[in-house]
Design a protein around this ligand. Structure first.
Ligand SMILES: [Zn+2]
Length: 50
């Protein structure tokens, strides 16, 4: 038997809930989604949800 077990994260693909974030490094405002959000401008993960 070939079992590909494990919880696949297909919940992500249903609804894309974007949230607004602000980069604390360069001050860029952007929308992001997911748990790991990085600034599209400077690629910093030092962001804050607004
Ligand atoms: Zn930034």
């Amino acid at each position: 038997m070939c079992t590909v077990g494990g919880p696949m994260a297909d919940v992500n693909m249903k609804k894309l809930k974007t949230k607004k974030y602000k980069c604390l490094k360069c001050g860029n405002d952007f929308k992001g989604l997911g748990k790991k959000v990085i600034c599209p401008s400077c690629q910093s993960d030092n962001v804050e949800e607004v």
